[in-house]
Design a binder for this molecule. Structure first.
Ligand code: GLN
Length: 494
């Protein structure tokens, strides 16, 4: 048969059920692809033995005519999800040798449903970044390149390993997390689909915390249907996460292909930011036209506090991070660098264990939470957050079903191109995505076209709380209308 890594997740699932393909064959094809793609640096840890064992189990289950919705489907796991007995690093030196004694709820649900673990995917350290360049394990190279050029491009971040692995066909889908855009931005940069579910939809239990009130788990996959399939297994109430919400999980796949006639789509004027490249503006107009052609009603809306979202995010997120990362002190687990006394040991451990961006966030976070500045920065940012949330509530109350915006202000950039002098240059990448986290809403990124350089560009749809179904149906309309994404061929293959 032809290369099984070319199948979509839905196609592979059907081939497994009809036994035209075995889980072991499929898994072996992926293990081979991963070994040949080490130059991309997408995986921090490969787990081929575990994968083969899980695949053999799936074949036995399928032979009995049984199996879960993901039976025999090989996946990659962002290395922020704790996996029992398998090193979980969060992209950091401080957790380089950490082997969790427990499994995250989301990954356990994937295994419950029959999925096969290929390994752990690279990411920005503690998910702080937009390019995967802050990883202790080095940057991930995108499988995309500008035509005729060899310069390494970033796959986006922080879920850069997830997006690169999906786009390079090193797994059928991947878990990711999104605190300010880390699922949607890398999906947009790599021509893949990524959804950040509503806050509380997927359990955060066992996912290494960055900013707890913003973090959400979600999938990245090669198309809308595959993303919907993964989402169903990842979502669900978990009593181990106090912010998990007990609402039923729909079969998202049935939304894919359902009509969007009569849906009202808001176009927020504040997203027309100064200096927005013409090709992003054109992509947005194209997306509006596609949804209108599919029978949706397009309305202009205003989200007046949008311009404060990015600065407020870069106060709230570091504040929570500084608190969450206080646990890495060399005492209970992770790296320990001995010192003169316990205080010195803490200092030595944290100085050696955390990279530059993480240290910067801890310092910003500690500063904005300090007695003298708490009201001026942290409390103010929280007030802005409430206003941002209210902006969305107002447009939804007026009958808007979802909003359409660009996913990112540009296509992927080169490794080393941004943020080395001024970190804010990198933070500006998140301008279209952070509002969604601040408001706790679901957002999906779907490929909509290409840049003048032939790189993927993504559109973002933002939904009502717990209405991911509408996002899947709208995203599929865009996917069908947009030029087909031709994922890059394996120039990287060793
Ligand atoms: N790029 C953003 C940041 O650096 C968002 C990261 C994320 O969503 N994890 O904070």
């Amino acid at each position: 048969m032809t290369d099984p890594t070319r199948l979509t997740l839905a196609e592979a699932r059907d081939a497994l059920v009809s036994k035209s393909l075995s889980a072991v064959e499929l898994t072996d094809a992926y293990i081979g692809a991963i070994e040949a793609a080490r130059s991309l640096n997408g995986f921090v840890t490969e787990t081929p033995e575990i994968a083969r064992k899980m695949a053999a189990n799936s074949d036995a289950t399928l032979a009995r005519g049984e199996g879960g919705p993901l039976e025999g489907i090989p996946l990659g796991i962002k290395d922020l999800y704790c996996t029992k007995g398998v090193t979980t690093t969060a992209g950091s030196r401080i957790l380089r040798d950490f082997v969790p004694p427990y499994e995250s709820t989301v990954s356990s649900q994937l295994w419950r449903d029959g999925a096969v673990m290929l390994g752990k995917l690279n990411l920005d350290e503690f998910a702080m970044g937009s390019s995967n360049e802050t990883s202790h394990f080095g940057p991930v190279t995108s499988p995309w390149r500008k035509p005729g050029q060899n310069a390494a491009l970033v796959p986006g971040g922080s879920s850069g390993g997830s997006a690169a692995a999906v786009a390079a066909r090193l797994c059928l889908g991947a878990t990711a997390t999104d605190t300010g855009g880390s699922i949607r931005q890398p999906a947009a940069f790599t021509g893949t689909v990524g959804i950040k579910p509503t806050y509380g939809r997927c359990s955060r239990y066992g996912v290494v915390a960055f900013a707890s009130s913003l973090d959400q788990a979600g999938p990245i996959a090669r198309n809308v249907r595959d993303t919907a399939i993964l989402m169903r297994s990842m979502a669900g109430y978990d009593p181990k996460d106090a912010t998990s919400v007990d609402v039923p999980v729909p079969n998202y796949e049935t939304s894919v292909g359902s009509s969007v006639k009569g849906k009202t789509i808001g176009i927020p004027k504040e997203y027309r930011i100064e200096g927005m490249p013409a090709e992003i503006e054109a992509l947005w107009h194209q997306g509006i036209a596609w949804l209108r052609d599919a029978g949706a009603t397009i309305v202009d809306v205003s989200l007046p506090h949008t311009k404060y979202a990015l600065p407020a995010y870069y106060i709230v997120a570091p504040a929570e991070a500084s608190s969450n990362l206080a646990r890495y002190d060399g005492v209970r687990y992770g790296l320990r660098v001995p010192g003169r006394d316990i205080g010195d040991m803490y200092g030595q451990t944290r100085a050696a264990g955390f990279g530059k961006e993480v240290r910067r966030r801890i310092m910003i976070g500690t500063y904005v939470l300090s007695a003298g500045y708490y009201d001026a920065y942290y409390v103010k940012a929280q007030k802005i957050r409430t206003l941002i949330k209210r902006d969305f509530e107002t447009v939804y109350a007026a009958g808007v079903d979802a909003l359409l915006t660009p996913a990112t202000p540009s296509a992927a950039f080169a490794v080393g191109e941004k943020g080395s002098g001024d970190p804010v240059e990198m933070y500006l990448n998140d301008v279209f995505t952070v509002t969604v986290n601040m408001a706790g809403l679901p957002g999906i990124a779907v490929p909509g076209g290409s840049s003048a350089d032939g790189l993927p560009l993504g559109l973002q749809l933002i939904g009502r709380p717990f209405d991911e179904e509408t996002l899947f149906s709208l995203a599929e309309v865009i996917e069908q209308a947009a030029p087909k994404v031709h994922l890059p061929d394996a120039w990287w293959a060793a």
